[in-house]
Design a protein around this ligand. Structure first.
Ligand SMILES: *Cc1c(COP(=O)(O)O)cnc(C)c1O
Length: 372
């Protein structure tokens, strides 16, 4: 039978969960390829995703080459060697550690393991968008206690909301995208108010840049359930390898995550790369030290230009742009600088601290880009 003139039918209802209709997919920083397409340039300083442009330990390359020689073999589903190495240095049993393909995957696992529809999750915007995304996917109720004008956490307000016993409490320190870090006293104040039925999730993606106190000890002293998330993507320079890890208050919490995570989620190559990076402490120390001194240099330049910026304890600066974040990002893009405009009210841009030559280009390009 010919059906040429059949009337168009209404699109069938999508089988996807209605909860996902309210979720906006994560928007990553611009890739080098897209920056090239947009401008016709080829030499960029990629300062939009907080990668360590000083690079990973030189020992990573050999480890990767060795691991890639046996692509037919599944990776270790428990990342035993890497977990043992991490546990030993942190003084934590490896049974309290989980490795994931980036800490964003760990956020996904934890949220899926903890949040049932209608459960409350407490966070403080502006912060890392993944919490909002995964909370919505879990159909949780987001309780937002906004940060203060300088983007520090509103500690009394967060403590009061935490006392209500949300299922999950998020502390991101140093916070992305603002750079603000929590003092030990601030963490202790919030924890003291938090009932031990709440899981405290501390995102320490930038902890290597801010080691003022031992977060794990503070959490242990509190005594409730917690997970601290860390990553090899930032200071360790392995963003392309996708490795993060979590330390939990107990082995039991990790066992729950093992139930719902994909078993072979971290490739053998990534495990080998992370182990090599973890063992090269000198490289980590020297790149962190250089990043911190370069951050001070960029901040001094911002101060000289009269640019408002936060007190960042991470590998980026967060600055206010009267010209508007999108316009500033576009102008800088045409100077070969990829930066991250943000939707934060007031017009704020996040810019990663790069290699010294990248930062020189930034300091040279900013005055013209910031003209309102
Ligand atoms: C970058 C970042 C992550 C995710 O990093 P992964 O590459 O997935 O390990 C998690 N949390 C914060 C706050 C970040 O800035």
């Amino acid at each position: 039978m010919l059906v040429l003139d059949r009337k168009p039918q209404a699109a069938p209802a999508t089988p996807m969960r209605a909860a996902l209709d309210g979720v906006v997919a994560y928007k990553a920083g611009m890739t080098l390829a897209e920056a090239g397409r947009r401008t016709g340039l080829s030499d960029f300083a990629k300062l939009a995703s907080n990668e360590n442009l000083l690079g990973a330990s030189p020992k990573v390359a050999d480890a990767v080459m060795a691991a890639v020689a046996e692509p037919q073999i599944y990776p270790d589903p428990y990342c035993e060697t890497l977990r043992a190495a991490i546990g030993q240095r942190l003084g934590v049993s490896s049974s309290r550690i989980v490795v994931s393909p980036g800490s964003e995957a760990l956020i996904d696992y934890v949220f899926r393991a903890v949040l049932a529809p209608g459960d409350k999750i407490l966070l403080s915007s502006p912060t890392f968008p993944a919490y909002d995304i995964f909370a919505r996917c879990a159909e949780a109720e987001i309780v937002d206690v906004p940060r203060l004008a300088n983007f520090d956490l509103d500690v009394p307000a967060v403590a009061a909301a935490a006392a209500q016993g949300p299922k999950l409490l998020i502390l991101c320190t140093p916070n992305n995208p603002t750079g603000n870090a929590l003092s030990r006293e601030a963490v202790e104040t919030v924890l003291a108010a938090t009932p031990k039925t709440t899981l405290v999730f501390v995102d320490e993606a930038y902890r290597e840049y801010f080691e003022a106190y031992d977060m794990l000890a503070v959490l242990d002293a509190w005594g409730g359930p917690w997970i601290a998330a860390r990553t090899f993507s930032k200071a360790y320079g392995l963003a392309g390898m996708r490795v993060g890890y979590g330390v939990a208050s107990s082995e039991e919490l990790i066992a729950y995550l093992d139930r719902l995570r994909p078993p072979f989620n971290v490739t053998a190559v990534s495990q080998a790369a992370a182990l090599a990076a973890w063992e090269d402490r000198e490289h980590l120390a020297s790149t962190v030290a250089l990043t911190l001194s370069e951050r001070a240099r960029v901040e001094a330049a911002l101060d000289q230009m009269g640019v408002e910026h936060t007190r960042s304890e991470a590998n980026f600066v967060f600055l206010r742009t009267p010209a508007g974040p999108e316009a500033v990002a576009m102008r800088l893009l045409h100077e070969g600088l990829i930066v991250r405009p943000t939707p934060v009210k007031g017009g704020w841009v996040r810019i990663t601290i790069g290699r010294p030559a990248d930062n020189d280009r930034l300091i040279a390009g900013l005055p013209a880009a910031l003209v309102p």
